[in-house]
Design a protein around this ligand. Sequence first.
Ligand SMILES: *Cc1c(COP(=O)(O)O)cnc(C)c1O
Length: 225
Amino acid sequence: MTVADNVRDVAERISRAAARAGRRVEDIKLVAITKTVDIDMIREAIEAGVRVFGENYLQEARGKIAAIGHGVEWHMTGHLQRNKARDAVNLFDMVQTVDSLELAQELDKRAKSADKVILGLIEINIGGEGSKNGIGEDELIPLLDSIKVMNNLTIQGLMTIPPYFDDIEKVRPYFKRLRDLRDAANNEGYSLKELSMGMSHDFEVAVEEGATMVRIGTAIFGERR
Ligand SMILES: *Cc1c(COP(=O)(O)O)cnc(C)c1O
């Protein structure tokens, strides 16, 4: 299987999951996760039609983004330290892992200096696992309230990495929970559209539960080194 075959296969599975849920496939973005993936393979994915890429480490992203450029979208999908906010603003279109007020403030400030608007998703620790990043569910509305006044950081939705289960049906309630949280925020007057949830092993369930972005690494590029 080539990268192009894999992209076709994943796109087909997204489209069947969307159909099962009565959703439009245009409302679901494939974000190819390229940590440890080399530039040639990223180019193959672009050839196959992928337009959005996610990187987890700034150090690694820098060279790849320099080589490939901004004809495609780049998202930061790994944990971001506050002292790296300036680099992140320069490199990425979106930071999917906004997980504190301090990071949000720093992104807003650095984006203002760069005269741009950085897009963000709030990362939620939906399973409440100690080992995972992200804010607790109760912290969402207070954080959104604080970010609302910022002019150079625009929050477009929520992101989560749920607990891992071999049985993907066990993940479904966590995806539902993220959607409910978004809908609850929208009932409070926000207009969050995006739900970034679902990875190689469970993206079809995520699409059935309303994912607007699925983050796929292994199913496109193979097992990571
Ligand atoms: C690595 C990673 C993915 C992709 O995982 P796969 O199982 O390889 O599809 C998705 N999201 C985040 C945040 C990741 O770090």
